[in-house]
Design a protein around this ligand. Structure first.
Ligand code: ADP
Ligand code: MG
Ligand code: MG
Length: 895
């Protein structure tokens, strides 16, 4: 016969904390607390399997359930010394829902179940406190009526409020027995009036009604929506806990409260919580009366004159503190606790690992390891890498007031204040004057890069989480709010309007890229704290991980930032951004629009010293560490002039007719540029471009090597290769340039030539390509685009729908699609290694900074991941967790 019911109480339990799947989180922990001897009111848990059974059988129950519940009920009755439904000495229970993880949307708890017109009198006589009995009864009708029977909550509230008005009192506690009797009558009438049937008097009916209500609540729309948003499977189901009541509403020596064993917002080792004297259950959070602090210290900090629990109930408080210690020692984590005091006796009603801010998670993990409660490896496992994001950027001072104009998408975390600039040039010019600037655009494009760099933050009216603004801002570590749709930007008049308000050029605004808020004026920020606990946890993480973490950086500034965050080299240095910088773009345009090779070479001559300088600075900052430089990748037309003025500018320099240039520009236009003349195809059509870049790299590396005395090992990376022949063609030319430069300088250096694996054909033929490559870097952005055949820039139209419908569980541009794109990565790695065992393997797409993708990369056996500077610490932690998990799995497998 199946077992559906698990009892707990009196220092024993049939369940354990490991049984969360079966008993739900609340039930498993009640059982655990009971077994370790903590004072838990006795009760039983109906397992989550019953939830599925109930559903499969048209909302009915197996015959065996009744007997099991009766037996468990009898056990409770013996333990408490009262009988369920007895008119002289009634046992009352609570009915509480409880899934594996706590879940809003589930049925609210019903307290004081078992009361009716007869048992309430018995309770009054036994307790010697009629007011308490009637207070419990009116609470029960209100809760059961609302939660189980569906009578609108406010109907009860109104009756209560009216009564208090009539009596001229403010608080529920000021109502006397007679008032509460009247209230019960009113409540019962309310139920009859609304439902056309009386409030159930039979305690058995009440019990089964409440149990069924819990199981039904698993299927409500509210619960479904929550599950979908949080990825909780439908088939988990909820458990039901039935537990003997203890009463916090029995006068001045009774109370109810909630507590954390450490401060959940700072992580400080200070008990934190609230309690209310003469109250029940949800009164503390309901805000009917202002709750009191637990400790003297907290009361003083909160400037409250109401006594803390430490003062009002010193003995019970002492016991509670003892239990905090026991629970932390037992669970080895910060606990979130619910308790009740009945006539100076303490009862535990719930414990679970407490939710906490990123800051608190970090502090608690490091503190607990230092206290010896957990190991350093466990501390590494305790912090969510994604949450570190909050800590790496400045945040808004929570105490400051905010004048919120609108809310857009939280596209790149961190907060910044600055004067509004509407063009990139203006942003750059103002920043040069030392002003803090927020660049506001309808949307950004590659030409805005310099302005984005100069700005403290970026705000756009259009574009999603993977728009140009969002991706570039994240890469640069600039806060960004994108897609603020309510915003009207008028570059001509130099103003933006939102919600009937106008902000003019130069006025101050503040954006919070972690929440999407856009605010008027300056809001003070708090700086990121990267020493102390943060540094300690990172040190433990670095010891645990096996993959290296590099960064994607194209500028000295980003390189510096990344090194500060612990990057162990550059995995991707794009060279195209360098082409936009300052006056270079004119030379670049000259090169593109030139009629012949000679013309191109002339323009490239002008670019060479600039490129050399760029590389030298980056090599210098990263000295001692590897630097991978990708040769020019984007389609040339991205660099072309757009406006009249720009055509005229280039034409003047080239001494040709602007009309002629426009024709040439037209020739370069492509129907599908992302699959067009770009990547290594450019290098093959115009070898002189890659030759110039290779020369700049070698000259810079030799120069910095000589100056710093450190060996610089440049890694030259060819983009968009699909066949080994492309790579062979280009490698031969790069090697030839190397020889020329080495002869000129009369020294040599070691360098690597490798390729991106970012096209399916490259992954499939990786065994061939490896013959010509020293390393592979998986470019999973393009690999995702080309594997799915989805353009990242255009996915915004349907991707949210795909996620919503569950067609894709996550955006594959954010977290790697392990079964499809990931399989190509795995294949590429395996085939590459089959040809060249020592080939270096890394990843450099946006995925390099995504914890789930990093886990995947560890599994595939990549040597390193590369991500934007601000994600470096996240990647270090995620790589450590992946290594520790793999180790644990291996040891588990052996055992
Ligand atoms: P939630 O999951 O919403 O926290 P709970 O089932 O934990 O709901 O119940 C909420 C509150 O009700 C508890 O914190 C506790 O104060 C009170 N409560 C629940 N069961 C009992 C009980 N058997 N005796 C006294 N109070 C109870
Ligand atoms: Mg609770
Ligand atoms: Mg690419």
């Amino acid at each position: 016969m199946s077992k559906w019911v698990y009892s707990f109480g009196d220092g024993a339990a049939e369940g354990t904390r490991q049984m969360k799947e079966l008993l739900g989180g609340k039930g498993a922990n009640l059982a655990e607390m009971s077994s370790i001897g903590l004072p838990v009111p006795p009760g039983f848990t109906i397992s989550t399997e019953m939830c599925a059974w109930y559903d499969r059988h048209q909302q009915s129950y197996p015959d065996a359930l009744t007997g099991q519940i009766e037996a468990a009920m009898q056990k409770m009755e013996q333990s408490v010394g009262a009988i369920f439904g007895d008119s002289q000495n009634p046992l009352l229970v609570s009915v509480r829902s409880g899934a594996r993880v706590s879940m809003p949307g589930m049925m609210d708890t019903v307290l004081n179940l078992g009361l009716n017109d007869l048992t309430v009198e018995g309770l009054a006589r036994r307790s010697g406190d009629a007011r308490f009995a009637w207070d419990s009864y009116r609470r029960f009708i209100q809760m059961y009526g609302d939660v189980v029977m569906g009578v609108a909550h406010h109907l009860f509230e109104e009756a209560l409020e009216n009564l208090k008005l009539d009596k001229g009192v403010d608080l529920d506690t000021e109502l006397d027995e007679k008032d509460l009797r009247d209230l019960v009558e009113m409540y019962k009438e309310e139920v009859e009036r609304t439902l056309g049937k009386p409030f159930p008097q039979d305690p058995q009916k009440q019990l089964w009604g409440a149990i069924s209500a819990v199981f039904k609540s698993w299927k409500t729309d509210r619960a479904r929506v929550y599950r979908r948003l949080n990825g909780i499977p439908e088939d988990w189901g909820t458990a039901v806990n039935v537990q003997a009541m203890v009463f916090g509403n029995m006068g001045e020596s009774s109370a109810t409260g909630v507590a954390f064993t450490r401060d959940p917002s700072t992580g400080e080792r200070a008990y934190y919580g609230e309690f209310l004297i003469n109250a029940q259950g949800e009164d503390v959070v309901a805000g009917i009366r202002t709750p009191q602090h637990l400790t003297i210290k907290a009361r003083e900090a909160g400037k409250s004159n109401k006594p803390s629990m430490e003062e009002a109930m010193p003995k019970v408080f002492g016991q509670l503190v003892g239990i905090f210690e026991t629970l932390e020692g037992h669970y080895r984590d910060m606990q979130d606790i619910e308790f009740t005091v009945q006539d100076n006796k303490l009862w535990m009603l719930q414990t679970r690992s407490g939710k906490r801010t990123a800051k608190a998670a970090l502090k608690i993990a490091v503190d607990m390891a230092s206290e010896g409660l957990i190991s350093e490896d466990e501390a590494v496992m305790r912090v969510d890498p994604a949450a570190l994001d909050q800590l790496l950027h400045p945040t808004l001072d929570p105490a400051a007031s905010r004048d919120v104009l609108t809310i857009g998408l939280p596209a790149s975390p961190g907060a910044a204040s600055g004067h509004v600039a509407f063009t990139a040039d203006e942003a750059e010019a103002r920043a040069k004057e030392g002003e803090a600037v927020i660049l506001v655009r309808v949307e950004t494009s590659p030409e805005d890069i310099h302005g984005m760099h100069a700005a403290r933050g970026i705000l756009t009216a259009r574009g999603g989480m993977t728009s140009h603004a969002a991706v570039v801002a994240r890469g640069m570590g600039r806060p960004c709010v994108s897609g603020a749709g309510a915003l009207r930007v008028d570059v001509k008049t130099g103003e933006m309007t939102v919600g009937g308000r106008t902000i003019r050029r130069g006025e101050m605004i503040t954006i919070d890229g972690s929440t999407g808020e856009v605010m008027a004026g300056h809001v003070p920020t708090l700086k990121a704290e990267l020493s102390g606990d943060f540094a300690q946890l990172m040190a433990w993480a670095d010891r645990a991980r096996t993959m290296a973490v590099r960064t994607n950086a194209d500028t000295p500034h980003d390189t510096e930032t990344a090194r500060g965050f612990g990057a162990e080299g550059i995995g991707l240095c794009r060279t195209e951004h360098m082409f936009f910088d300052g006056d270079r773009i004119i030379a670049v345009r000259q090169m593109i629009l030139a009629e012949d090779e000679a013309g191109r070479r002339r323009a490239l001559e002008t670019l060479l010293p600039h490129q050399r300088q760029d590389f030298a600075e980056i090599f210098h900052i990263m000295r001692g560490l590897p630097v991978t430089i990708r040769l020019l990748d984007p389609p040339l037309h991205e660099f072309l002039p757009r406006e009249e003025k720009e055509f005229a500018e280039v034409a003047a320099v080239m001494q040709v007719n602007p009309e002629h240039l426009r024709r040439r520009a037209l020739e370069l236009t492509e129907a599908n540029p992302m699959l067009g003349h770009r990547g290594c195809r450019l290098g093959i059509a115009y070898p002189e471009i890659y030759e110039m870049q290779a020369r700049a790299i070698f000259e810079a590396a030799l120069h910095v090597g000589e100056q710093s005395g450190e060996t610089i090992i440049p890694e030259i990376m060819i983009p968009l290769v699909s066949t080994v022949a492309e790579l062979a063609f280009l490698k031969e030319r790069i090697d030839a340039v190397a020889e020329i430069v080495f002869e000129e300088k009369e020294t040599r250096l070691t360098y690597l030539v490798g390729t991106m694996i970012e096209l399916p054909r490259a992954a499939i033929t990786a065994n061939e390509i490896a013959g010509k490559a020293d390393f592979f870097s998986f470019g999973t952005n393009d690999l995702t685009q080309t594997t799915f055949g989805i353009s990242r820039d255009d996915a915004g139209g349907f991707m949210p729908l795909y996620i919503d419908y569950g067609i894709l569980s996550r955006d594959p541009f954010v977290s790697i699609d392990q079964t499809g794109v990931g399989e190509l990565v795995r294949m590429g790695a395996e085939r590459g290694r089959s040809t060249k065992a020592e080939i270096k393997l890394g990843i450099c797409g946006e995925h390099g900074g995504d914890p789930a993708s990093i886990h995947f990369c560890h599994g595939v056996g990549l040597d390193y991941v590369s991500c934007s500077p601000y994600r470096v610490p996240i990647a270090r932690l995620a790589a450590a967790q992946a290594a520790l998990e793999a180790k644990a799995a291996l040891e588990g497998g052996k055992a």
